[in-house]
Design a protein around this ligand. Sequence first.
Ligand code: ZN
Length: 321
Amino acid sequence: MNRDILMQALQACRQEQAPNRLKEQQNEKAAVKVCPQIGKLMSARRQAIMDNLRLALNGIAPDKLEEATNKRNKEIKRLLKENGFPENHLEPIYTCCDCRDTGFTGEHKKEFCSCVLKRYQNMVCEAIAMPTTGETFENFDERVFSPNVMEGLGISQREYAQVLRHRCEQYADALPCGKTRNLLFYGRSGLGKTFLLRAIAKRAKDRGVASLSVSANTLLNQIRKAYFSHEDEGMSLFYRTDLLLVDDLGTEPMWENITIEQLFALIDARLNDNKNTVISTNLTLTELQSRYTERIASRLMDPRTGLSLHFLGDDIRKRPQ
Ligand SMILES: [Zn+2]
């Protein structure tokens, strides 16, 4: 684990404490304003605890503290209810109830709370994820594509782009449980692959599906790093995330055995775990097969678990305006 990022995650967890204390104070103020008796009971409760603490320090056992506190608590709850507040109005507020925003759990052996580890994962994802630039299905503009009928297809590139957009949206809306696990975009550059890949990532995010979008270059760099350091932890994000999106497969430098073996292991494990993966490539299917082996290509293109979308037409960046 990256220690610096872990410390940042711990700090972020603890930063929840101050606003929660403030909220507690506001709640108390609001209740006391309506019912001053609540304030008196709370002060008496605090005073009794302090007095008993002082006695305990001098070796004198607390006298009926628990009984008196319970009595006061009961009365406070009754008054809250009587004045229209919920019973738990004055209880401590925690963003994470497991660690009470301390970042640690466990009585004797302190361990990082799952909320810290989750933050850590998100921070690592953010550090390696591709930047997004606002691509969504809603702002996908098929008018950038040619309205001319494509030869031999009887459909214009503009209409075809709408079909692709629709398929991708269906995929994104079925996450994380859809029948289609893998989505493969192939075709030349400038046909909208990256746009739709990012639109899927955005929809996934809006639907609360954990996702990670990376360039193939970043993914393969991480694979090599993990391989040489014999550290699997750097790869676990790619295995664990519900939706992995890899842009531009085929542009990264190849390290023959490592790339192929590790990439296959990742794709295969994700498929076995019923996780979703979207890959875009400028390669043709034949090129994909010869570069990454038949094994990887057939995993990606298996029609039982995946859908291959062929992006066709003219590069929009070369289209006369
Ligand atoms: Zn926690």
